[in-house]
Ligand binder design. Structure first.
Ligand code: CA
Length: 222
């Protein structure tokens, strides 16, 4: 995802940028509200991670300004207090979700993934590779136009691969994506699901889900 982190705490900002970049996100940073608004209006972002307590204006103001300007970018608010009034104000201001500091990085990732699954209306929601088409809004998958019935996990694994065409994804990355709440599973589980997935996709489409020996899986586009 292409992300913007608006956070004046330089240490936290650096840490988030490092971790999110390791997880293959593209991360922009802004350290106050004005900068955040500028970056958000210049770039096509997939989500904004927005701190409430900023030096010039509050994160609530930033969210309100973005929404007033017609932006539908998903916003994840970071708040220092878990109070009902903060939550309500954040959601009223146009935030999609919020996270209370201090938070576990894994939880931030899970929230981002959830936001990523709610595609903004300006974007096409179909992911394609060869005969495979996956619609993230309706959660329907077709191969050469014929519907394929996938379980939730199979769908998530395919979605994860389709979102990063040509990129090798490790079993751990797929596990993390399809089972965001860290259920204790082994990478063998992923292998089993890939097997099921290929089976359901059928011969022609299955060839697009490639095994990269000793590393993981890759989606072949053409
Ligand atoms: Ca702050």
């Amino acid at each position: 995802m292409h992300l913007l982190v608006v956070e004046d705490d330089a240490r936290l900002s650096r840490l988030l940028k490092r971790l999110l970049t390791q997880d293959r996100h593209v991360v922009e940073t802004a350290f106050n509200a004005a900068e955040g608004l500028e970056v958000a209006s210049d770039l096509e972002l997939d989500a904004v991670i927005l701190d409430v307590g900023l030096p010039d204006k509050s994160g609530f103001d930033v969210a309100r300004t973005l929404r007033k300007g017609g932006s539908q970018v998903p916003i994840l608010m970071l708040t220092a207090r878990d109070s009902v009034s903060d939550r309500v104000e954040g959601l009223d201001a146009g935030a999609d979700d919020y996270l209370v500091k201090p938070f576990a990085y894994e939880e931030l990732l899970a929230r981002l993934r959830a936001l990523g699954r709610r595609p903004p209306s300006r974007k096409s929601t179909a992911l394609k590779a060869g005969p495979i088409e996956l619609d993230e809004t309706t959660r329907r998958v077709t191969v050469s136009g014929k519907p394929v019935d996938l379980s939730q996990r199979e769908f998530s694994i395919l979605e994860c691969l389709l979102r990063r065409p040509g990129q090798v994804l490790s079993r751990d990355q797929l596990l993390d994506y399809a089972w965001p709440y860290g259920v204790a599973l082994t990478p063998n589980t992923v292998e089993a699901y890939i097997h099921l997935l290929r089976d359901k996709l059928g011969n022609e489409a299955a060839g697009h889900v490639e095994t990269v020996r000793g590393v993981g899986y890759r989606l072949r586009e053409a």
